[in-house]
Design a protein around this ligand. Structure first.
Ligand code: TXA
Ligand code: MG
Length: 318
């Protein structure tokens, strides 16, 4: 298993040597390596068992440093960067020659983000390279929101996990690109579309597709627990699945009773941010408790409910 600790110096040493380290961000934990070192980046794909056509995000700690790996920054990208970085926003921008092709899977655009976590910002400030980091989960499994989640599946393959506690946002960053100059959301995430539109006006939102995704991250099956998950009206599903051991993921209501260990209420007060924080840990716990089936209900399609529903729908794809 990996060593888990709060030693930023040690994390920095491993990364400088070309090793991989689990890092905390405000969204989910990342599996980080030197983004300018193609060998380190290749290790990321290997450890995650991730197909090489699915590109990675480069993380850094300042807009000035981004000039090294981005060829240009459209005006709307600048506005978003200034409004939301450090934070749960990733921008797709034309890449510079300094970025190895393996990072972008050969695409012309590179994904960049300044994450908002004090440990990782301090770590990045010590490094003279950006960190390529996907979420630190095996490909297509539930993203990790604690250092222990990372250790559970990837601990045997990496030397160190920087422990920054529970992720405050709990779902991945919102990805915005500018195909043909039009601001477009490629992945719904921890920054709401409403918040983005307040800064740059109306944006396009791409739906994910199972057959030929426009962005690899739009694969339909993702975030999937091993136990089958179905979405619907919980009281109706409970009647339909009578006789089975069921786990429930609901928004405010507790359908099995609040003290039932198989009942996970994302936010009793109906707070979207709290619901997002609890989502992945709840899915992981239910997967460990192994009911016959997981029943989940969708949240209202607004605010972070949009991104949470996207995760639930993809978790339900068999
Ligand atoms: O919150 C986050 O974004 C977390 C933390 C660790 O920063 N990272 C994360 O990385 O979720 P990952 O690799 O699990 O998801 C990034 C998504 C992938 O689905 C990938 O397909 C898409 O971003 N992506 C990366 N580079 C891209 C590019 N050049 N063009 C289109 N999509 C890209
Ligand atoms: Mg991921």
């Amino acid at each position: 298993m990996a060593k888990i600790g709060k030693n930023i110096e040690q994390a920095s040493e491993f990364l400088t040597q070309g090793e991989l380290v689990g890092i905390p961000t405000e969204t989910v934990y990342g599996l980080a390596g030197n983004g300018f070192n193609a060998e380190a980046v290749a290790k990321i794909f290997e450890v995650k068992n991730r197909p090489s056509f699915d590109p990675l995000i480069l993380h850094t700690d300042s807009i000035e440093k981004i000039a090294q790996f981005v060829a240009e920054m459209p005006a709307q990208a600048k506005q978003l960067a200034e409004a939301f970085w450090p934070g749960p926003l990733t921008l797709l921008l034309p890449k510079s020659d300094k970025v190895p092709d393996i990072v972008t899977s050969g695409l012309d655009a590179v994904a960049v983000r300044i994450p908002n976590h004090p440990f990782t910002l301090e770590l990045l400030s010590k490094l003279d390279f950006p960190l390529a980091a996907p979420s630190a989960n095996p490909f297509s499994y539930i993203s990790p929101t604690t250092a222990q989640h990372v250790n559970q599946h990837l601990g045997a393959k990496i030397p160190y996990i920087l422990d920054g506690g529970n992720c405050r946002v709990g779902i991945e960053s919102t990805i915005v690109g500018f195909p043909e100059g039009k601001a477009t959301v490629f992945r719904k995430g921890g920054l709401s579309i409403e918040a983005i539109e307040k800064v740059i006006g109306k944006v396009e939102v791409l739906a994910h597709s199972s057959s030929k995704p426009q962005a690899p991250g739009m694969l339909a099956k993702h975030y999937a627990p091993k136990i089958p998950l179905i979405i619907g009206n919980i009281p109706e599903l409970l009647a339909q699945e009578k006789g089975k051991t069921v786990g429930v993921i609901s928004f405010r209501e507790s359908y099995l009773g609040a003290d039932n260990p198989l009942q996970f209420t994302l936010s009793a007060s109906g707070d979207y941010a709290e619901a997002a924080q609890n989502l992945f840990a709840s899915l992981r716990k239910l997967d460990e408790l192994q009911p016959d089936i997981i029943l989940a209900e969708l949240l209202p399609e607004q605010n972070l409910g949009i991104a949470i529903n996207d995760r639930l729908r993809r978790a339900s794809v068999r």
